[in-house]
Design a protein around this ligand. Structure first.
Ligand SMILES: CC(=O)SCCNC(=O)CCNC(=O)[C@H](O)C(C)(C)COP(=O)(O)OP(=O)(O)OC[C@H]1O[C@@H](n2cnc3c(N)ncnc32)[C@H](O)[C@@H]1OP(=O)(O)O
Length: 227
């Protein structure tokens, strides 16, 4: 029986479970470090993230936060890590997709593109020709990367973002929902608006993929990305 253990009993994990079923997984369990969570949707939580290697199952990290996803995925042997592509995603034949990446429903990934490991290519986003998406990047719902875009490791492209063709975004950036990125982003940080500009969110609360809240965004980014 094809079994998958998903780390992270969350909304994102629930979506990952649905895609796993559509990829032929017959048994699904969750692992989560919060002892008060017993199930995710219809599936049981059977242990903690540290129990991953003990599972007689393929494993995928379904946690939205890039830093945590990276830290956990890197403790797991590559041979056990699943890669999931929703059957209603359109992916060109020559696209390279790294282990632990999830491609969700309605996504289009065009020819010549490479997607790193541990990425989330979220619902109805598109990554056009010759793009390079680094490891642990999240392309959120409804975002569009035009041709020959680079998004470096651990960057989070928010919902409904457009990145113009030939633009590069450096590592560990947050591009706020609805932004339009028209020139290279060469310094890590938070960028919002049309056109996207760097903003200082230091005194503001932020939710990174819905998992963290703090009044010091830079502190939590450093904590998560250093972890
Ligand atoms: C399936 C899924 O759900 S996938 C998840 C998809 N989720 C997303 O894409 C969410 C993306 N997150 C955002 O865009 C957030 O607003 C962030 C990360 C850019 C900033 O979050 P916070 O630090 O909490 O910012 P906060 O809400 O305090 O706003 C700070 C200021 O920036 C402005 N601001 C925040 N986000 C944006 C944005 N996307 N575009 C323009 N301005 C923005 C606010 O209006 C506010 O301005 P003010 O100080 O003049 O009042």
């Amino acid at each position: 029986m094809k079994k998958l253990a998903i780390i992270g009993a969350s909304g994102n994990g629930k979506v990952v479970a649905d895609i796993a079923v559509k990829n032929g997984y017959e048994e699904i369990v969750f692992l989560d470090d919060n002892e008060n969570i017993y199930c995710c949707g219809e599936y049981p939580v059977v242990g903690k993230s540290s129990d991953a290697e003990k599972q007689d199952a393929d494993i995928i990290v379904g946690i939205g936060n890039a830093g945590i996803r990276k830290r956990i995925q890197e403790t797991i042997k590559n041979a056990k890590i699943a890669t999931l592509i929703h059957p209603n995603a359109t992916v060109a034949d020559d696209v390279i997709i790294g282990e632990g990446t999830v491609v969700m429903a309605g996504v289009v990934i065009n020819s010549g593109t490479s997607i790193g490991k541990g990425c989330i290519i979220n619902t109805c986003s598109s990554v056009d020709h010759d793009c390079r998406v680094g490891d642990f990047v999240h392309i959120a719902v409804g975002s569009h990367l035009c041709g020959t875009v680079t998004a470096e490791t651990e960057t989070w492209i928010g919902a409904g973002v457009t990145v113009s063709n030939n633009v590069s975004i450096c590592r560990k950036c947050i591009i706020g929902a609805g932004a339009v990125v028209i020139k290279n982003v060469e310094e890590s940080g938070t960028y919002v608006g049309v056109p996207a500009r760097k903003v200082n969110m230091e005194s503001k609360a932020v939710e990174l993929g819905g998992y963290f809240s703090t009044h010091k965004i830079e502190n939590i980014i450093q904590y998560v990305w250093a972890a």
